[in-house]
Design a protein around this ligand. Structure first.
Ligand code: 0RA
Length: 636
């Protein structure tokens, strides 16, 4: 065939696809959430999820991910391979459609447990549009096909490049630095964590991960699936299980596969992580509702039938105290709702989970009466302490009416009364608090200094929290209450900014505050009201000129810009800045850098906190060494 004719034909076909990918490049945030580090990692998730989809559909077992030395990423799966061959309706090769047509995915792929909804499942064409270049290979029907692209535009038609004895897809892409202006560097730990979770949630798949930049590789495969996931979570947060192995079962109802694992610990916190088609649903939803309802009912039924409960009835919270659980669903076409589309709305999921739970958990209790007794006993203890706490609260309420209704004396409030315009700075230490009070814009910025005392929220029973003056101050200042009664619509500030020194103590206090928010005011984090202030790390000065630098790179650049004789000083704490400097560098909305805390950051802090406060010395030592920097630098 004449090469030029071929190219022309192909150009005409591509106009429509081009329009689609142009939209992706114009508004990348609409498709991948953001163009910061988080959005960058979404590109990898998107391509890997396609391979996982093939595994969920039973066609693939291996997915391998390689971070190449040049900054590109290669993802290989051994699935069926992206379809190839002319699609007559569209007049285009199916492989090209998959890679360039925004809406091609659904036309071909009928996998029923596909990852879709939320930010995922937007299709590999989005990755293509946001890549400087991309090369796709599909191996199927004895052949190997290839097409390459630049910013989503094909370099030429799909070509057969040789024979192949396997099937599968290989995609290599280079994220476009004109889109990802903040960073194009992938983070090993973020990806590692994601792949580990994916492997826990799909026990049939093996994920190979290699980082050629640093010469590190790992393989994730867990025959035990979610049961191993739960054990991993408890071990990682140094929680002590009170029965082993975890209770685990898989069931199916109306085409919905319900995979559950649960293990009780000797602590008081519940962590129930829910997933749908491997997508994390931090806001819960119908599956979580079904799980909770069935758990409460089954434990109560068993306790009553076996004379363990007598006249007592356990509440849901009693039954969940100290529980770590994973609820993982595979279902066709899940519907997501909520602010961040991370809450499952499909009503069929509730019935499916509770029906599988009711049946299998009751069966488990009958076969394992010793474990059942441990769980019922734990529930009774929770009920008793809840009752005691209620009585204690009633007494305190009568005593402390005044104290609870007036704002804390240490709070320097702002004059604005519209919460959406107000910011609360929680500042470590009285001296930095003083500078912040002087430096702030008092119209809309309030300051609450905290004494740098570390509270033991882990060991303190939740009902004891309010006995603590600092926590009471914080709760009253934020408004909205605490725990189950927390009401995010009543908060007094829409931005809560944690401002601590960039040192170990600061990280400690940051961890504590995030843990408190995560456990007692979770909607605050879920709705994006919590921020970390980012004070500069360096001041570079020469004569009258001075520049603040927030990282090493900026510092180096400032030294270069100011030239010979530039003087670098490292800020050790907020206290070293005068009020004017604190305002300019850290509090002025036009100049400051703040990081919005994501729910995952708070979860990590919560885990870190358990370890910092736990009884066991060894896991604490190891964890601090391995993870301390993550809390200081909440990057993604
Ligand atoms: C559409 C249809 C089929 C497979 C795929 C897409 C597919 C896409 C990707 C992306 C990465 N890896 C992938 N593997 C498969 C099914 C084709 C058939 O019926 O053979």
């Amino acid at each position: 065939m004449d090469g030029k004719e071929d190219q022309k034909l192909y150009d005409a076909d591509s106009i429509e696809a081009l329009k689609g990918l142009e939209a992706v490049r114009k508004r990348p945030g609409m498709y991948i959430g953001s163009t910061d580090s988080r959005g960058l990692h979404h590109l990898v998730y998107e391509v890997v999820d396609n391979g996982i989809d093939e595994a969920m559909a039973g066609f693939a077992t291996n997915v391998s991910v390689t971070l190449n030395e040049d900054g590109s990423v290669t993802v290989v799966d051994d699935g069926r391979g992206i379809p190839t061959g002319m699609n007559h309706k569209e007049g285009k090769d199916a492989l090209e459609m998959c890679l360039t047509d925004l809406h091609a995915g659904g036309k071909f792929n009928q996998n029923s447990y596909k990852v879709s909804g939320g930010l995922h499942g937007v299709g590999v064409s989005v990755v293509n549009g946001l890549s400087k270049w991309l090369v796709a290979f599909s191996e199927r029907e004895g052949k190997k096909f290839r097409q390459s692209y630049k910013i989503g535009i094909p370099d030429g038609p799909v070509e057969a490049v040789g024979q192949s004895g396997r099937t599968g897809t290989t995609i290599t892409f280079m994220p476009d630095d004109e889109i990802f202006t903040e960073t194009t560097a992938f983070d090993y730990e973020i990806l590692e964590n994601r792949f580990r979770n994916q492997a826990f949630l799909n026990r049939e798949v093996t994920i190979h991960f290699e980082d050629k930049r640093i010469g590190k590789s790992e393989t994730f495969h867990y025959d035990g699936g979610v049961s191993e996931f739960v054990k991993y979570l408890n071990t990682a947060s140094a929680k002590k299980a009170i029965h082993d192995p975890p209770i685990a079962f898989v069931g199916e109802k109306n085409g919905i596969i319900v995979d559950v694992a649960m293990q009780y610990t000797d602590g008081y916190n519940e962590e129930i992580d829910t997933f749908v088609n491997t997508i994390f649903t931090p806001e819960g939803g119908t599956h979580l509702t079904g799980f909770r309802a069935a758990l409460t009912k089954t434990v109560n039924d068993y306790g009553k039938e076996n004379g363990l409960l007598k006249e007592l009835t356990l509440e849901g919270s009693d039954v969940r105290e100290g529980l770590t659980a994973i609820v993982s669903l595979k279902m066709p076409d899940p519907q997501f709702e909520g602010q961040t589309k991370s809450k499952l709305g499909s009503s069929a999921a509730q019935g499916a989970v509770s029906s599988v739970m009711n049946e299998k958990l009751a069966e488990y209790f009958l076969e394992n009466p010793a474990v059942a007794a441990v769980i019922v006993k734990k529930g009774i203890l929770a009920l008793e302490s809840r009752e005691a706490a209620r009585k204690a609260r009633e007494i305190t309420r009568r005593k402390n009416v005044l104290e609870f209704t007036s704002l804390p004396g240490k709070l320097a409030d702002c004059s604005e009364r519209d919460p959406s315009k107000c910011e609360l700075y929680i500042v470590e230490g009285e001296s930095a608090g003083g500078s912040a009070k002087q430096g702030r814009n008092r119209a809309f910025q309030a300051i609450l200094p905290l004494r740098g005392k570390i509270l033991n929220v882990e060991k303190a029973r939740p009902d004891k929290l309010l006995d603590h003056e600092e926590i009471r101050n914080l709760m009253i200042a934020v408004g909205g209450g605490i725990g189950k009664e927390f009401d995010v619509s009543k908060i007094r500030y829409h931005s809560i900014v944690i401002m601590t020194d960039a040192d170990v103590d600061g990280a400690h206090i940051g961890t504590l505050l995030l843990t408190l928010f995560y456990r007692q005011m979770r909607p605050l984090v879920e709705n994006g009201h919590v921020y970390m202030a980012m004070p500069p790390l360096y001041r570079v000065a020469k004569g009258k000129k001075e520049v603040y630098a927030y990282n090493e790179e900026e510092m180096a650049k400032a030294v270069e810009d100011l030239g010979q004789g530039a003087n670098v000083s490292r800020y050790k704490g907020l206290g070293e800045m005068n009020p004017q400097q604190l305002w300019e560098t850290t509090m002025d909305p036009d100049k400051r850098i703040m990081k919005r805390v994501q729910i995952e950051d708070a979860m990590l802090a919560d885990r870190l906190f358990s370890i910092l406060m736990g009884d066991d010395v060894e896991p604490r030592r190891e964890f601090i060494i391995e993870h301390a920097h993550e809390v200081i630098n909440l990057d993604v």
